[in-house]
Design a protein around this ligand. Structure first.
Ligand code: ZN
Length: 234
């Protein structure tokens, strides 16, 4: 529902009327509503010809609900008078957004792993912890398998077919500490996929920590390979 709302422009003297396409359903009680507008303000200081964001604090008018929520909008810059019409409604999250902070070398070298890991992060961002746990377990398997095949391309078929534990044991014997990281992450990961949890004291955060350390280890190994190639050439 379109509505013109007097919006405080941070750093500017006067508020401005801006038109927003507000949600017409309360996110708490799911009832269709004409929300009560409490307050609207831009997120950044007003600057001529610069885009901005605005948050509208709204309240559900239903007496049974009366909950507050926020509608959030992008305010594109325009040539003349700025912020007259909004274009894009944004999702508003109360949790910090997680992002894929694994080393680039690993994400680029093993794109399938990167894809699964990134999807697991998205699931975690949406609060789908059960799905995220299963996703991280799958990502872990892809990292172990893809890196092992990178080290032993001649064993590709065997590595693809065998159990994850066997690959960790058979293909990563030269890297004892990496083996331990993968083993620990696998134990926690298996808890995420099985009915009964064995390791109550470790959760998704511990599994991610071990996967990140393993990826950092692998990234250093890939860099070292590049350095060896380079020094041999010269
Ligand atoms: Zn409501």
């Amino acid at each position: 529902m379109e509505k013109s709302i007097k919006t405080i422009l941070k750093g500017a003297r006067d508020p401005e009327n801006i038109t927003y396409d507000l949600s017409d359903q309360c996110p708490h009680c799911k009832v269709s509503v004409t929300p009560d507008i409490i307050y609207a303000i831009t997120s950044k200081k007003y600057e001529y010809r610069k885009s901005n964001y605005a948050a509208i604090l709204v309240q559900c008018p239903s007496n049974n609900c009366s909950q507050f929520y926020i509608d959030y909008f992008h305010l594109p810059a325009t040539e003349s008078s700025i912020y007259k019409k909004t274009s894009r409604k944004e999702k508003y999250f109360y949790k910090p957004i997680l992002s894929n902070d694994l080393p680039n070398e690993v994400n680029e070298k093993f794109p399938e792993f990167n894809e699964i890991y990134s999807q697991a992060i998205q699931a975690e961002n949406y609060g789908l912890n059960q799905i995220a746990g299963v996703g991280y377990r799958k990502a872990l398997e892809f990292l172990v398998k893809q890196y092992s095949i990178h080290l032993n391309p001649e064993n590709k078929e065997k590595i693809q077919k065998e159990f994850l534990g066997a690959t960790i044991k058979n293909s990563l014997g030269d890297f004892k500490k990496l083996q331990s990281l993968f083993e620990a992450a696998t134990w926690i990961g298996n808890d995420e996929t099985h009915f009964v949890r064995k390791h109550e004291d470790h959760d998704i955060a511990s599994m991610k920590k071990f996967i990140k350390s393993a990826a950092t280890f692998i990234s250093a190994d890939l860099d070292a390979d590049e350095a060896i190639k380079f020094t041999k050439k010269s």
